[in-house]
Design a binder for this molecule. Structure first.
Ligand code: SAH
Ligand code: SF4
Length: 417
């Protein structure tokens, strides 16, 4: 039962054939991103020749910037409170800050947030923002409502180089890593917008565009900023970093005190090698061992994401195999029915197969959840809005078509990626 099995040799061949169509480019792109190194553009590209951006700094770093400029250290705390807690960038309103310092501020710091290009609201409460991060590049942020949560899904990079075969973002090469300020900015905009409706973000997940552990310095800096008591004061335990499996950097998630999610997406190395090229570098054994170490150190469960691809990862034998693979890890498994996108080689699983898979996992004793997908009418799947906008901006104006809206309300199990 614990061994991976294909029903017949023919099944295995059809899987091979199914996956073989794009094997070339996947191999090539894996080679182009070993260890996620210097060849990739860095967040510094976004910082060229401008004043320091206030939103890029945790409190201590901002104190250092200001003292380096000959200013008092306590000004940093005052600015944090005004900007993040009282939400003003208007220096004239900062009444407890000396007039001299207020007059100097525009020459010392910039208060630069990504520009909102579009905000979309779904019939099911999902919201999505499209941000301009300069040089014609856009990113997406999605708010996903559930019974007692409003979870903000933030992006960490423009595009992604991990080349996961089922992922729309993975088809768009990574153009730039985001700065901490651009990550914090996604939250600030979302929170401001929700505030008008008497709501607030309760959870943050790094599950938007990009691989957060391919941009670790800026991602962990943004987490510090989000957590700062004199600023946004967001609880670390309400923040989840999701990774495709950059194993050596998982201890940084533990250190940061945030929750860990891992995109496992396959019940064994053979399939994972094919759908997630990163597995050739760090296989499931190494990945799950890193998860186990994290759970021990953090005393927290890890979330394992598992995308159900029709006839590739959604079979009952694979549910059993997945259970065997993960049964010794304190984890909850999120099943995500594949969200189809233009040009994909995969199919969405049949609903009855999804239920069978979930039931088998439950029968075996796994802690398993089916991720309900929302926001289809606003293209809430990872990377879809951006590509539509970049390709054909006029198509998004004003709001999505009625037919898509209707589909979203009827569809309750599609997955948000
Ligand atoms: N790069 C990180 C976080 C962003 S991807 C990671 O891979 O974990 C967020 C989640 O969306 C991952 O679990 C990924 O497996 C899933 N995903 C990507 N494309 C999808 C699709 N088309 N349908 C369903 N889930 C998808
Ligand atoms: Fe990148 Fe995550 Fe998409 Fe893989 S699933 S290509 S790591 S965004």
């Amino acid at each position: 039962m614990s061994e991976r099995q294909f029903e017949t040799a023919e099944d295995q061949n059809s899987l091979e054939a199914h996956l073989a169509t794009t094997a070339g480019p996947v191999e090539a792109s894996l080679e182009a991103q070993p260890g996620l190194p210097e060849v990739l553009p860095t967040a510094k590209d976004a910082k060229a020749s401008v004043l320091p951006n206030f939103f890029d700094f945790p409190l201590k770093d901002l104190e250092a910037v200001l003292t380096g400029l000959g200013k008092e250290k306590f000004r940093a705390r005052q600015l944090f409170q005004w900007v993040y807690q009282k939400r003003t960038h208007d220096f004239d309103l900062m009444t407890n800050v000396s007039k001299t310092f207020r007059a100097e501020l525009p020459g010392l710091l910039e208060f630069r947030l990504p520009k909102v290009v579009q905000e979309l609201k779904s019939v099911d409460g999902t919201r999505k923002w499209l941000f301009d991060v300069g040089q014609g590049m856009t990113i997406e942020t999605v708010l996903i409502p559930s019974k007692d949560r409003l979870t903000l899904c933030v992006s960490s990079e423009v595009g992604c180089n991990m080349a996961c075969r089922f992922c729309y973002t993975g088809k768009q090469k990574m153009k730039r890593r985001l700065t901490a300020g651009e990550i914090v900015g996604q939250f600030v905009h979302a929170q401001d917008s929700l505030k008008k409706d008497g709501l607030r973000v309760t959870n943050i997940v790094f599950m938007g565009m990009g691989e957060p552990l391919d941009n670790p310095d800026e991602v962990f800096k943004s987490i510090k900023i989000l957590h700062e008591a004199d600023g946004l004061g967001f609880s670390r335990k309400k923040i989840t970093v999701s990774t495709s499996g950059i194993v050596p950097l998982i201890p940084r998630v533990t250190e940061a005190g945030v929750r860990l999610a891992v995109s496992l997406n396959a019940p064994n190395d053979e399939i994972r090698n094919k759908v997630m090229p990163i597995n050739k570098r760090w296989n499931t054994k190494a990945l799950l061992e890193a998860c186990r170490v994290h759970t021990e150190a953090s005393k927290d469960m890890v979330t394992l994401e598992y995308v159900l691809l029709r006839d590739v990862t959604d079979r009952i034998e694979q549910a059993r195999e997945l259970y065997q693979l993960t049964k010794n890890i304190p984890c909850k498994i999120n099943l995500i029915p594949f969200n189809e996108h233009p040009g994909t080689e995969f199919l969405r699983p049949h609903q009855e197969q999804v239920v069978k898979f979930q039931n088998e996992m439950i029968r075996l004793g796994a802690h398993v959840l089916l991720r309900k997908t929302m926001g289809r009418d606003i293209f809430a799947a990872c990377g879809q809005l951006t590509s539509l906008y970049e390709g054909r901006p006029e198509k998004l104006m004003p709001t999505p078509s009625k037919s898509l809206t209707t589909k979203a309300s009827a569809e309750t199990t599609v997955s948000l990626s």
